[in-house]
Design a protein around this ligand. Structure first.
Ligand SMILES: Cc1cc2nc3c(=O)[nH]c(=O)nc-3n(C[C@H](O)[C@H](O)[C@H](O)COP(=O)(O)O)c2cc1C
Length: 460
């Protein structure tokens, strides 16, 4: 079979009025729009016009009080919100963040399989372990588990979810009116899972979803995060600042993926790419200055401490971070990038925080559509990424600009698709339909409940 042309995977990160903390103060959208599903539908339709792979909603199951004073607190449940978006879109993939630390796998598997049915095969799950300790208090009296324990639980959690996704074989729902048989239950496998963190006995009460397995993404750059991604994920979101380190990161992850017996060619590295576009560099810089001027200095240093995993009430903003903090193991990979900035040019923490770009340790592009298209092309050609997680600093206008001015350049260069080549998110990403363990043999008949399945390199 002729090899499919590879295209960039472009995934649009949508957080209220944009990724920049002050975006809501100058956005053309009303600050309340981010609580209205129509706002997300409009953004998803623009992304669909640009033939992007997916929209992605971040999430944390809690509120950090000091953040909510300045940052829009618009934490609508991503799975429910994307279920609404699914009804008014036809192609765009819908990736919802769900925490493995503060939910249960059976319930998550059912919610994601439901989203996959509601969207006819466009569901994705961004697997996160939740870094914020405050969240623990919403879920009982246990303390927030440390990093290693969160990832250990995540591994078992994803394993259970996959067993549940794979519980019904592709032909289990026979729906034979003539024989009066709805399902052949010999083809439904219970997980019988009894592990360290979970006891999950029974299967899902619904047949295998249109993609077989919804698309799985993971956002984590620590060794444990990378291992989780390499074992299970179809794509990883990651902060990467330059081509050489991104090439090394991607190479390492591809090797790890192969070690877990998976094809590295079916695994995407999608660095987070915050950006701000203008018709000239000067115009983009002026917009950035406008955003920075609308930011709160007090919020910035507190939020930077928070991203580094520090309790901001213990940090003196007018002094450099003390050595015992800088020399200790960072509590998050964002912390690693922030400590590095503090060590490079020692200064009061307040000033260090001003240097922190939108996503610590990541690119932060400010310039013209041509400049952004060049950056994307250079990274792609150098093997530094398989696409990007686009993080517009200002919504909705910056997505219009990206789709109207950057996408056409990438299409002319032959690295962005001009049209969708299938209908599922796995199709857009050029990934095989996820093979069911019961269906390894090519003798099985085509599954009945699989709209759009199989148009991109089906593994059968
Ligand atoms: C593009 C991107 C998006 C992320 N989105 C979320 C999110 O929605 N919810 C969340 O709890 N963490 C999110 N994270 C943070 C990661 O889950 C993770 O905590 C962080 O990258 C630190 O990595 P580590 O846990 O491997 O140390 C995101 C990270 C990146 C790079």
């Amino acid at each position: 079979m002729a090899e499919e042309t590879r295209y960039l995977s472009l995934n649009l990160y949508v957080r209220n009025s944009g990724y920049h903390e002050a975006s809501w103060r100058i956005s053309s959208a009303d600050p309340a729009a981010a609580l209205d599903p129509r706002y997300y539908v409009d953004l998803a339709r623009v992304a669909e016009r640009g033939v992007l792979d997916s929209v992605f909603l971040p999430d944390s199951p809690g509120m950090v009080r000091f953040r909510s004073a300045h940052l829009p607190s618009t934490g609508l449940d991503p799975v429910q919100l994307l279920s609404a978006v699914a009804q008014s879109t036809t192609h765009i993939g819908l990736v919802a963040t769900v925490s493995t630390t503060y939910t249960q796998p059976w319930e998550t598997a059912r919610r994601l399989a439901t989203l996959d049915f509601l969207s006819q095969g466009r569901a994705g799950w961004n697997i996160v372990t939740t870094a914020e300790p405050e969240v623990a208090r919403n879920f009982g009296n246990l303390p927030h588990p440390p990093h290693a324990q969160r990832y250990e639980r995540a591994q078992e959690y994803v394993d259970v979810v996959l067993k549940l996704f794979d519980g019904w074989s592709d032909t289990a729902a026979v729906m034979s009116r003539a024989d009066g048989v709805w399902a052949d239950t010999t083809q439904i496998t219970s997980p019988h899972h009894h592990g360290r963190h979970f006891d999950v006995e029974g299967p899902l009460p619904l047949p295998r979803s249109p993609q077989g397995r919804p698309y799985l993404t993971q956002a984590g750059a620590s060794p444990a995060g990378m291992e989780l991604a390499a074992r299970y994920a179809d794509a990883v979101f990651t902060p990467q600042r330059d081509v050489p380190s991104a090439v090394a990161f991607r190479g390492r992850l591809r090797e790890m993926t192969a070690q877990f017996g998976r094809s590295a060619d079916h695994f995407k590295v999608l660095p987070g790419l915050p950006f701000l576009l203008g018709s000239t560099d000067a115009e983009a810089k002026a917009l950035h200055t406008e955003l920075e001027d609308a930011s709160s200095d007090e919020f910035r240093w507190r939020n930077t401490a928070h991203l580094a995993g520090l309790d901001h009430t213990t940090v003196d903003p007018d002094a450099p971070l003390p050595d015992h903090i800088l020399d200790a193991q960072p509590l998050t990979s964002f912390g690693g990038s922030i400590y590095q900035l503090a060590k490079q040019a020692p200064a009061p923490f307040r000033e260090v925080a001003r240097r922190v770009s939108a996503l610590p340790g990541a690119l932060d592009f400010i310039g013209t559509p041509e400049g952004l298209a060049d950056l994307i092309t250079d990274w792609w050609r150098a093997g530094a990424s398989d696409g990007f997680t686009l993080m517009p600093n200002l919504l909705p206008d910056q997505v219009d600009l990206f789709v109207g001015h950057v996408v056409p350049i990438l299409q002319r260069r032959g690295i962005a698709r001009r049209e969708y080549r299938g209908s599922t998110l796995r199709d857009h990403a050029g990934l095989p339909w996820s093979t069911h363990p019961h269906n390894q043999k090519p003798t099985m008949q085509q599954p009945r409940l699989a709209p759009g399945r199989g148009s991109a390199g089906v593994e059968r």
